[in-house]
Write a protein that binds this ligand. Structure first.
Ligand code: M6R
Length: 606
């Protein structure tokens, strides 16, 4: 939620900030702003709306010229999206950008108001800017230290002081922040893609570390002002991963990147044809001792967990409980030191998932995270981590991250089943080999673009849709439905087809398209019966089934036949047409595909 950037060096600071912000817009796009030193004065330009509004403003009004500054792209929490509420906040002496939430901002605001400060915005951030001003005594390090001891909540702060026109100050707690290390230029950013054009080297700021960043040196201090010797991290994401590379949208590019992402995620974890997660601390001996599992996550990541549950329970016969992180943390779950809690998160920064991790640790459980962003909070704070290698996912709607999360679910399921002696070595190898073949099948499935585009044009005016399926098809449909909702703004619901007749079928009429997923051989005939039931009520039906499915063409209005693999692995293929249908529906409706309304990629507030 919100992207923070900063630059100090010889380049045109405004250009660098705008470029860096354009790579972080996925974190929020309600407003954008910059503060740049122009002839030793802090010049702030900001406005409501997407970054392009700010660019237009800079072009038509004033583009600050300087070499040191900070920038922000916002996902509104405190105060509506507006020019006034946009960051940066502050005054001529100290100006800040902030990602996070200041929980005690009301008390601070009262205190500062009594001290004579007035406030322009409705934001929590402005209180931090004013508090910095209040304590400022000419020594930024002391001032920042005092302020961070008084503020409660989460923050990644980029700070500039008028008296230090060649320096950016930065501090973080519970919101990510990196310091990019260039040649005679340095950066701050909420995430790696913002700096990739300029450098791959960076420091990860830890909790409450304070960085002092000049163009030729970076110093990082702990809360006691000890100078730290930080490890330089090297991003392994290449610059193209944060560019559209000819695709109309990041989402479409990311859908096409799935074969590579899966190969990159699976191959390093397969030795002699067997899954091997030892480098992540998971041994066969450890798996043997597991008697039950919890999977906790949000949104798409939680949907990956639901598929994981079906597969793990089916193959390994180990009970799995899947929770939405936001429910898990308040339902007083029964877990203890004998349990393994798996947290799944693309960003590794999702607030609810982070709280779930904390709770699991407090209960003494062992924690394993499945995370895409290296060095993110969830990855660092869990006992074990398996990184998915999807590369940066820029589109707010998750696609390739979901696929690689599924891939890890399968690796865990196969290895666990083998450890539990539920499948033989040969069977485990066979499953693993089929998993490794999935990228080829996805490449073939991507050829079905045209029919998905056509179907999208038929459903684009619907007001509500149903996704139906059984077993793994149902689990997968939940993700298909979420994708459609978040991108097209059309209501949809995933429903277990067998449950339809217990109430929900009363909704079905000729206005409600039904997307039926029937890839599980064992359940195929049953789902076909359910299709007949909804068709009899007038629904237009889109059927997704295996190429080989023995079904008459008139069973549905449209049939998408996808390449077949083992039933258990079908969700990895089936997700593709559902992603494409959601994508093209949003395109046909003229929606902003990569930045759907009201959303942000990384949800760092509860
Ligand atoms: O970064 P995370 O995987 O923890 O994010 C969880 C959800 O916010 C995320 O998957 C969200 O549901 C996606 N926008 C869906 O496309």
């Amino acid at each position: 939620m919100c992207g923070v950037v900063g630059y100090v060096g010889d380049r045109d600071c405004t250009d660098v900030l705008i470029n860096a912000l354009s790579k972080l817009e996925y974190r929020g796009y309600d407003s954008a702003g910059i503060a740049v030193f122009e002839r030793n004065k802090i010049v702030v330009e900001k406005c409501q709306g997407k970054l392009k509004n700010l660019v237009t403003k800079l072009e038509s009004e004033h583009k600050p010229l300087g070499h040191c500054g900070i920038g922000h792209t916002r996902w509104a929490t405190h105060g509506e999206p507006s020019d006034i509420n946009s960051h940066p906040h502050g005054n001529k002496r100290v100006t800040i950008v902030h990602n996070g939430i200041i929980e005690n901002y009301r008390q601070l605001k009262d205190f500062l108001s009594n001290e004579g400060y007035s406030f322009e915005s409705q934001t929590d951030t402005e209180t931090v800017a004013k508090l910095l001003d209040y304590y400022y005594d000419g020594n930024p390090l002391d001032t920042i230290t005092k302020v961070v001891t008084e503020i409660e909540g989460s923050y990644a702060l980029g700070i500039i002081f008028r008296d230090f026109p060649d320096t950016i100050f930065a501090v973080r707690k519970d919101s990510p922040l990196i310091v990019g290390l260039g040649e005679n230029e340095n950066f701050i950013a909420s995430d790696v893609p913002a700096i990739l054009k300029y450098t791959k080297n960076y420091y990860l700021l830890e909790q409450d570390e304070i960085a002092i960043i000049k163009k030729d040196r970076v110093k990082v201090y702990d809360v006691h002002h000890n100078l730290l010797n930080k490890e330089v991290m090297v991003a392994d994401w290449d610059i193209n991963s944060a560019e559209k590379c000819g695709y109309e949208h990041f989402m479409l590019k990311e859908i096409h990147e799935q074969p590579t992402a899966i190969t990159n995620t699976v191959s390093p974890r397969v030795f002699d044809g067997m899954p091997n997660l030892e480098e992540c601390g998971i041994t066969v001996d450890y798996l043997k001792g597991i008697s039950r599992l919890f999977i906790v996550a949000c949104g798409t990541a939680m949907h990956a967990g639901i598929v994981g549950k079906y597969v793990i329970e089916d193959l390994a016969r180990v009970p799995v409980t899947v929770d939405m992180a936001s429910e898990f943390i308040y339902r007083n779950p029964i877990i203890d030191s004998s349990d393994l809690v798996i947290l799944i998160s693309q960003s590794g920064e999702t607030a609810d998932t982070k709280s779930a991790l904390k709770l699991a640790k407090q209960c003494g459980a062992k924690t394993l995270s499945i995370v895409n962003v290296v060095g993110s909070s969830i990855a660092r704070e869990s006992d074990m981590v398996i990184y998915t290698h999807a590369g940066p996912e820029i589109s707010v709607a998750s696609t390739k991250a979901y696929s690689v999360q599924l891939a890890i679910m399968y690796l865990i399921a196969f290895e666990l089943s083998y450890a539990k002696e539920k499948i033989s070595l040969d069977a485990c190898k066979e499953y693993t080999s089929k998993l490794m073949d999935i990228p080829n099948l996805i490449t073939e499935t991507l050829e079905h673009k045209n029919i998905c585009q056509k179907i999208a044009s038929k459903i684009m005016n619907a007001t509500s849709l149903l996704y139906i399926g059984r077993g793994l098809d149902y689990a997968l449909s939940m993700e298909g439905s979420l994708k459609l909702k978040e991108l097209s703004y059309i209501h949809s619901e995933a429903y277990a087809s067998g449950e339809l007749k217990h109430g929900t079928i009363s909704l079905v009429d000729d206005e409600m398209p039904v997307i039926a997923v029937a890839t599980q051989d064992r359940l195929f005939d049953k789902t076909i019966s359910n299709i007949k039931e909804v068709k009899a009520r007038g629904a237009k039906v889109i059927l997704v089934c295996k190429e080989s499915a023995n079904v008459d063409d008139d069973i549905a209005d449209y049939i998408i036949r996808i390449p077949a693999t083992d039933n258990i692995l079908m969700p990895m293929i089936t997700t593709v047409p559902l992603q494409l249908i959601a994508y093209y529906t949003a395109v046909h409706r003229g929606n902003n595909v990569d930045q759907p309304r009201n959303l942000a990629k990384s949800v760092t507030v509860e």
